[in-house]
Design a protein around this ligand. Structure first.
Ligand code: NAD
Length: 267
């Protein structure tokens, strides 16, 4: 209990999915949470349901002036920011769009995915550092297993997630060099059951369940994860329990990145 009591946290893309689960857990552990998203109605509802420790502020992470506005709001209302979770992200591929493979991904889509995933994280770190550097804090960037391995059907997504992973390390080292007492770490989830999977899993419930079963067979732990599995990792990185941890990658992936099914096996 109270693992982040009294800390002020900003979470991007927190109207649903992983961001929402992180908001719920941080509040349960005593933090004040600014829930941000482009989904205004959903974000406001999440904040209302979470009670007095939560509030909603609209934020499109691609827009620099919106970052400046939300950080100004936090400064005047709370006077500090201790935890920043750069969680907002898009896959940018769906059956309704052109394929996102290396041959067919449009330059427009490539730029859009990088704008949300990578520029959004860059801006969050830039403005987060400015507000955090007096009191110190923890920045958590949500990368992906797709930042480690290639994803031929979602190349912009994979590229953006790899860049987030690397930028996390630059931010971690920069803040350490400056003596800012700001840690910066990346979480690399994989196969977490949220709406980001809707296009992949299909719309009909039976089709969806079959897709989940098929996908789970390829995961060492033989199941998809839940948003709360990622939230527990974020809680650890947000709390002072991880005070000696910076620049790291924390995989929450059911073992996917641990190795290849093609590894040698006894006869
Ligand atoms: P999700 O689609 O449920 O949530 C993403 C949220 O980001 C949504 O609330 C959406 O409105 C918001 N968002 C989109 N564009 C935005 C913008 N421009 N500005 C602000 N908010 C914006 O998906 P999720 O699975 O909860 O994804 C959360 C993060 O986790 C993403 O960065 C995603 O890439 C990453 N991730 C998810 C998985 C997984 O298996 N679910 C795996 C690896 C990484």
């Amino acid at each position: 209990m109270d693992r982040v009591k009294g800390k002020v946290a900003l979470i991007t893309g927190a109207a649903q999915g992983i961001g929402k689960a992180i908001a719920e857990l941080l509040i349960q552990e005593g933090a004040t949470v600014i829930i941000t998203d482009i989904l205004k109605n959903e974000g406001e509802k999440v904040a209302k349901d979470l009670g007095s420790l939560a509030c909603f502020y609209p934020l499109d992470v691609c827009r620099e002036e919106e970052w400046q506005a939300v950080l100004q709001f936090i400064k005047s209302r709370f006077g500090q920011l201790n935890i920043l979770v750069n969680n907002a992200g898009i896959m940018g591929s769906s059956p309704h769009q052109a394929p996102q493979d290396p041959e067919n991904c449009s330059l427009e889509n490539w730029h859009h995915v990088h704008a949300v995933n990578l520029d959004g994280t860059f801006l969050g770190c830039k403005y987060g550092i400015a507000l955090m550097k007096n009191a110190g804090g923890s920045i958590i960037n949500i990368s992906s297993r797709s930042g480690v391995v290639g994803i031929p059907s979602a190349v912009a997504y994979a590229s953006s997630k790899a860049a987030i992973r690397n930028h996390t390390k630059s931010v971690a080292l920069y803040c350490a060099e400056k003596g800012y007492n700001i840690r910066c770490n990346a979480i690399l989830p994989a196969a977490i059951l949220t709406s980001i999977w809707n296009d992949v899993l299909g719309e009909q419930e039976e089709e969806r369940q079959q897709s989940i079963i098929a996908l789970s067979k390829g995961i060492p732990l033989k199941k998809m994860g839940n948003p709360i599995d990622v939230a527990y990792a974020a809680l650890y990185l947000a709390s002072d329990e991880s005070c000696y941890v910076t620049g790291t990658d924390l995989m929450i992936d059911g073992g996917i990145l641990a190795g290849s099914p093609a590894s040698p096996k006894p006869q």
